[in-house]
Design a binder for this molecule. Structure first.
Ligand code: GDP
Length: 193
């Protein structure tokens, strides 16, 4: 679009985490405000978003693994020069949560060369939470998803502290917190001297 080449600062941001936690959906949700059915694509992909934070016009280049994580073939070039890294898990699948500390945090240490890189932990798919209110009142819905939240917000907060991350819970589907989490990350990157 017009004037999109004008920006004050440019940041590289990465999405990492297990397959199917919703990385591509979060990216699409943030970029276009519409979540389409995403067919898995192979190869590293990135999207660009212009964002105004305070007085500054930012260019965010957000990299998505686009399925490569399934083959454990993310390379150093994926991580190189990233100022922000978003570690995503699915609140309905505990293995995606434990893999962040067992697998992904270790890989970050190995590859991420940028010292001041800001990390953010994101628990996605919070829309799948079946409220205790409905359970108590025995209200059922025909369209309720089979899998519900198994990782609590408190566990997320604890892991975020351990890994030195900011923390948000999001839903790519309802767009809850999606904009906020990318904006907060951008803000924190801007505060790096
Ligand atoms: P990726 O492999 O990490 O990029 O995950 P995808 O973005 O491809 O998402 C995997 C599946 O989870 C897809 O079927 C998405 O529609 C679904 N999904 C992604 N985000 C959400 C969310 O916030 N809520 C729900 N209910 N489903 C989601």
């Amino acid at each position: 679009g017009q004037g999109q080449s004008n920006y004050d600062l440019s940041f590289k941001i990465l999405l990492v985490g297990d397959s199917a936690v919703g990385k591509s959906s979060l990216l699409v949700s943030f970029i276009s405000n519409v979540v389409d059915d995403l067919s898995p694509t192979i190869g590293v992909d990135f999207k660009i978003k212009f964002l105004t934070v305070g007085e500054k016009r930012l260019k965010l280049t957000i990299w998505d693994t686009a399925g490569q994580e399934r083959f454990r073939t993310l390379t150093s070039s994926y991580y190189r020069g990233a100022q922000g890294i978003i570690l995503v898990y699915d609140v309905t699948r505990r293995d995606t949560f434990t893999n962040l500390s067992d697998v992904w945090a270790k890989e970050l240490e190995l590859y991420s060369t940028h010292e001041d890189c800001i990390k953010m932990l994101v628990g996605n798919k919070v829309d799948r939470f079946l409220s205790s209110y409905f359970l108590e009142h025995e209200i059922y819905f025909s369209n309720i998803q089979e899998s519900e939240r198994v990782v609590s917000r408190e566990e997320g907060i604890t892991l975020a502290k351990e890994l030195g991350c900011l923390f948000f819970e999001c839903s790519a589907t309802t767009r809850q917190n999606v904009e906020r989490c990318f904006e907060e990350l951008a803000l924190k990157i801007m505060e790096v001297p």
